[in-house]
Design a protein around this ligand. Structure first.
Ligand code: NCD
Length: 321
C-alpha cells in the first residue's frame, strides 16, 4: 500500500465516474491502492470474508455498443463482491428501439439498480446520464470520448509492472483520434511526471482540444507517424483502429494497415519494455509479441476485474477495505 498517501476518506463514495478529468492524482492513487487489496480475489485464489461487501446491491449494465471485457469484468467484479447484476448487452432488445430517449431509459433503470454502468456511441452520453440518474453512473465508454474505468486498470497494470507512475516514458500508438482509451489515459497521466510520445497515422492524430491541453502541460515529447521515430520508451500502449467511428469507410481503408508491431519491431526497446493494449486487437499486434516478457494485455484483462471490484466497492459500499 502507498503509505505516503495515508488513510483517506473514500473519494468515490456515491459518485459518478464520467471522465478521467473528474479524478485527481490523490483519487487515482487511492483507488489503485484499494485495488491492491483485492488482488487474488478476482482469480479465486483468495475469498473475501463474509458478509461480502455488496450483498443486497444491484448493478445495472446498459450497453448500447458491443463489449466483451468491460461488461463481463463489471459483472464478474459485482458478483464476486456479493452483489447482483441486471441489464442489457444489446440495445435492440430495449425500449430505445421504440424511440425512448436515453435520459428516460436511464431514469427508469435507476429505479432498478444502485448504480449504472453505461456504454453508448454518443460522446457526452455518460455525462447526461449522470445528471438525470440520481444514482452513480460509471462511464464504460461514450463514443470516442472517454473510457475512465479502462484508465484505472491501465494505470494499475503499469504501476504493478514497473512499480511507479512518475518518471516513465509512455508511448501511445494507434488510433489517437477516435481511441477513447487513449484520451482517458493521456488525461489521467497529466497528474504524473511522465513523458508522453504519440505514434499514429496522419489522419488519426489526437483531437485538437485534448492535444492542446497535453502540449501545454509540457509532457508531450514526440508526435510521429511511425514507430521508427521513437528511440526509447518504458511503456508502449497500442490500440486498434476504431473502424466503427469513421464517417467515411474510404478513410478507414486508407489507414487500415498503416501500423503493426511484431516481435522484431519491439525488440530494440529492450526486455523491460511493457506492452499494453486495451483489446480487442485486430491485426496491429502480431501473435509473436505475446511471448514477450512485457506483453501485459492479458494481464490487463485480469486487472480489470480487480480494479472494478475496488471501484464498485468504493462507490457502493462507501468504505475502504
Ligand atoms: C476498448 C473500447 O471499447 O474503447 N475496449 C475495451 O473496453 N477494452 C478499446 C477498443 O474497442 O478498441
Amino acid at each position: 500500500l502507498n503509505e505516503a498517501a495515508g488513510p483517506r476518506r473514500n473519494p468515490f463514495r456515491a459518485r459518478s465516474l464520467v471522465s478521467a478529468e473528474d479524478v485527481s492524482r490523490e483519487d487515482l492513487l487511492w483507488i489503485l491502492d484499494q485495488a491492491q487489496a483485492f488482488e487474488g480475489v478476482a482469480s479465486g485464489e483468495r475469498v473475501l470474508p463474509r458478509p461480502l461487501p455488496l450483498e443486497g446491491k444491484l448493478l445495472a449494465l446498459l450497453f448500447f455498443e458491443p463489449s466483451t471485457r468491460t461488461r463481463l469484468s463489471f459483472e464478474s467484479a459485482m458478483q464476486r463482491l456479493g452483489g447482483g447484476v441486471l441489464g442489457f448487452a444489446d440495445a435492440k432488445i430495449s425500449s430505445s428501439s421504440k424511440g425512448e430517449s436515453l435520459a428516460d431509459t436511464v431514469r427508469v433503470v435507476a429505479a432498478y439498480g444502485d448504480a449504472i454502468v453505461l456504454r453508448h456511441p454518443l460522446e457526452g452520453a455518460a455525462r447526461l446520464a449522470a445528471e438525470v440518474a440520481g444514482v452513480p453512473v460509471l462511464n464504460a465508454g461514450d463514443g470516442s470520448n472517454q473510457h475512465p474505468t479502462q484508465t484505472l486498470l491501465d494505470l494499475y497494470t503499469i504501476r504493478r509492472a514497473t512499480g511507479r507512475l512518475d518518471g516513465l516514458t509512455i508511448t501511445f500508438m494507434g488510433d489517437l483520434r477516435y481511441g477513447r482509451t487513449v484520451h482517458s489515459l493521456a488525461t489521467a497521466l497529466l497528474h504524473f511526471d511522465v513523458r508522453m510520445q504519440f505514434v499514429g497515422p496522419a489522419g488519426l492524430k489526437l483531437p485538437d482540444d485534448l492535444r492542446q491541453g497535453l502540449l501545454a502541460s509540457g509532457r508531450v515529447a514526440v508526435e510521429v507517424t511511425d514507430l521508427a521515430g521513437i528511440s526509447a520508451t518504458d511503456v508502449l500502449y497500442v490500440t486498434r483502429i476504431q473502424k466503427e467511428r469513421f464517417p467515411d469507410p474510404a478513410d478507414y481503408e486508407r489507414v487500415r494497415t498503416s501500423y503493426r508491431i511484431d516481435r522484431a519491431a519491439v525488440e530494440r526497446f529492450g526486455d523491460t519494455l511493457k506492452i499494453l493494449h486495451p483489446l480487442p486487437r485486430v491485426n496491429e499486434v502480431d501473435a509473436d509479441v505475446d511471448a514477450h516478457p512485457g506483453a501485459l494485455y492479458f494481464q490487463q484483462v485480469r486487472n480489470g476485474v480487480t480494479v472494478r471490484m475496488a471501484l464498485l466497492n468504493a462507490v457502493l459500499a462507501g468504505r475502504g477495505i
